[in-house]
Ligand binder design. Structure first.
Ligand code: COI
Length: 352
């Protein structure tokens, strides 16, 4: 059993019908500290600000990684999580890339389950909502030299969420970014590290200023091949074949991306993981074979893409509507997550 220090007073809950994404946090969090070459025990403590040195190395050199997962509760009060082991495997991969210590995921998972049970009243139950789980690891040594830290904090905070995009399931407008770059081969693009997201802000702001929801990153070497959206992996349906960029090292190996591929293959769809150029996307749009486009992610779930802005022109996909394969995947994956569909892939774990 995890050591628990309870908060003095629980916060008032927000209106669960107007959650948005990542705005509210539960009363407690998980905290585990690394020093003298080893991790301490995970503990549940009140959610509150950290006290840290202004010279802490996370604040200067961004040695930090995170994950995103979700917990669900049904009307019987049963709590479940979706593919949480895969999140911890990916987090330990990210830790190795950022020269951070790996952690015992079985121990952290058990402590997370205790936290979820304690925060059960924060798990929204309406369709399209969940309790977002944000495991995070930061370097916390007081040192300005550029070296891997010897002291770390691992924490998990929880946030009741609705849809990631303000307009919910309505198809998104994505601007293809052909100047700025998110990640390069040999860089940190496939790790879920904080710097990747800081680096993506300029493209996101540019897209927003031009009326788009997000930007789509291209490869750094030629600005030719599709990579990812930063908050989502990208899929296209061309001539009824589902195509997604191959994981070449600069793209996040999305857990929802992997779920989409497994579901599609099982249900007889043709899926290709390969390089896909914007020239190919434009050609498919011009000759009428670009059937659908969508993004996948824990926060974004399955988000249809209705418009792709590229080189000053808007490519309208499926008349700006969600296509049938996107809808099939959305229903299948959210159905498995909400336990309205059988867990045919063994992705759902019971917490209580
Ligand atoms: C997630 O989907 O969980 C992520 O971490 C993406 C984030 C930008 C919200």
């Amino acid at each position: 059993m995890t050591k628990i220090t309870l908060c003095n007073e629980r916060k008032a809950k927000p209106d669960f019908s107007k959650l948005g994404f990542g705005k509210y946090f539960t009363d407690h969090m998980l905290l585990m500290e690394y020093k003298d070459g080893k991790w301490g025990e995970p503990e549940i403590v009140p959610f509150k600000p950290f006290e840290m040195s202004p010279a802490s190395n996370i604040l200067h050199y961004a040695q930090g990684i995170f994950e995103g997962a979700k917990a669900y509760k049904n009307d019987k009060g049963e709590i479940t999580v979706f593919r949480i082991d895969d999140n911890f495997i990916r987090m330990n991969n990210s830790a190795r890339r950022l020269c951070m210590p790996e952690f015992d995921s079985a121990k952290v998972k058990a402590a997370l389950f205790d936290l979820l049970k304690l925060e059960e009243s924060w798990i929204p139950t309406a369709k399209g909502t969940a309790l977002y789980i944000r495991p995070t690891m930061i370097a916390d040594q007081e040192q300005l030299g550029v070296h891997a830290s010897k002291i770390y904090k691992f924490f998990i905070i929880l946030s009741p969420v609705g849809s990631y995009y303000a307009h919910g399931l309505e198809p998104t407008k994505i601007l293809v970014e052909d100047f700025y770059t998110r990640a390069t081969i040999g860089g940190t693009g496939e790790a879920k590290c904080m710097g990747n997201y800081a680096c993506s802000l300029m493209g996101g702001e540019k897209a927003a200023s031009l009326g788009y929801d997000q930007c789509l990153w291209l490869d750094a070497a030629e600005h030719k091949y599709v990579e990812e959206v930063g908050s989502m992996n990208m899929f296209f349906v061309i001539n009824n074949v589902v195509v997604t960029p191959a994981l070449v090292g600069s793209i996040l190996p999305g857990i929802t991306r992997n779920s989409c591929i497994q579901v599609l293959k099982k249900y007889g769809y043709k899926v290709e993981e390969r390089r896909i150029s914007m020239d190919e996307v434009v050609e498919a749009a011009n000759n009428g074979t670009l059937n659908e486009a969508f993004g996948s992610g824990t926060a974004a779930v399955i988000s249809p893409v209705g418009v792709l802005g590229y080189k000053g022109k808007d490519i309208i996909i499926n008349n700006g509507q969600m296509g049938p394969i996107t809808e099939f995947l959305y229903k299948k994956i959210t159905g498995i997550q909400n336990r309205e569909e059988p867990d045919e892939f063994g992705w759902v774990t019971k917490v209580n």
